[in-house]
Design a protein around this ligand. Sequence first.
Ligand SMILES: Cc1cc2nc3c(=O)[nH]c(=O)nc-3n(C[C@H](O)[C@H](O)[C@H](O)COP(=O)(O)O)c2cc1C
Length: 392
Amino acid sequence: MLRFSTAGESHGESLVALLSGMPAGVPVDEVFVNRELWRRQQGYGRGGRMRIETDTAHFLSGVRHGKTIGSPIAIEIENRDWKNWTEVLPVGPGDPAKHKAVASPRPGHADLAGALKWDFPDARYVLERASARESTSRVAAGAVAKQLLQELGMDVASHVIRVGAAELERDAAWEEIAALRAKDEVLLNCVDAEAEQRMKAEVDAVLRTGDTVGGVFEVVVHGAPPGLGTCANWDERLDGLLAQAVMSLQAVKAVEIGRGVTAAESLGSQVHDAIGYAAEANGRHTRFMREHNNAGGVEGGISNGEDIVTRGYLKPISTLRRPLQSVRFDTREETKAAYERSDVCVVPAAGVAAEAMVALTMAKLALEKFGGDSLRELRRNYEGYVEQIGKY
Ligand SMILES: Cc1cc2nc3c(=O)[nH]c(=O)nc-3n(C[C@H](O)[C@H](O)[C@H](O)COP(=O)(O)O)c2cc1C
């Protein structure tokens, strides 16, 4: 079974990802992994932290001579900022006078709930783990999962379809979305230059006013065969697993599969994707065709062979330069919420982190369906299945 977990604090020594259950023989390209980490750090509206960090994956185990070897993969990503925090967050008792308390909880953060939960006198330790810096580890693990998926002809990419009130007002083709990854300058990761300028104007407006903005990203899985996930058990449905994977990202407050949101206000005849049949599969897994893909490639919790489309809705960033009302932990007196250096818009970066979560979900389901301890065994099982469904 593919399993992954992460450890690390925002200003600690390092972030760590642990990924186990990968078959042996999967090529792992460190340049690709680091490029994924770089992509997570991009986007118009990021704060000063991203200028300090140049994330680099350090593989501690599980990959040798450029390939997985079947053992757990441990990846470390150093926090460059740690050098400024060694006295603030020492492992030993250190000097209490050097502690940087987060004295008044920030609305929209885990600060208050976490301090109450863990019985801390301020929110410093809560913030350290709740911070989306953690998503760096997910992107590193997801980059390995993506390389497994590539071996099975699957690819995962994302783009931004809304920032604040500015929306991409047309459909995007897979090729356009996939091409965004090659860009060396990422603005808002939108396929349409005019819409991207409107999105940039939304960020400029909040930069001027000291506010923040949210938005919507879309993750697309291209090349997935029909049959991943199941309608047999509630907790194995593909749509449910994607929802949890993407919702678990910091600031994501709603997840949509395909056109799930507008489907709720439309008629059935307008929503469901009529089925056709082509003479040739033409690079697809089967000859069954769809008129459109409003279902987002998932019906009954099972992939149906179309692109798998998941959208994540981000609330505006919680840390405000003009902080909201809060209360001091020590005296309970009213004050302004604490301020920590912050981004004002992270929709493109959240899309990259969501790609990782979707890739890990798809890799897990692919391994469950096709199995195998080595890539060769996995691929043989996969090809046998693809040949079987190609006959239909
Ligand atoms: C890539 C990324 C970067 C983020 N950066 C910040 C940030 O700089 N400042 C901030 O207040 N929130 C940021 N967030 C969101 C917070 O981490 C998140 O809102 C907070 O931990 C509370 O969790 P919740 O929104 O999921 O309830 C970021 C989220 C993501 C996905």
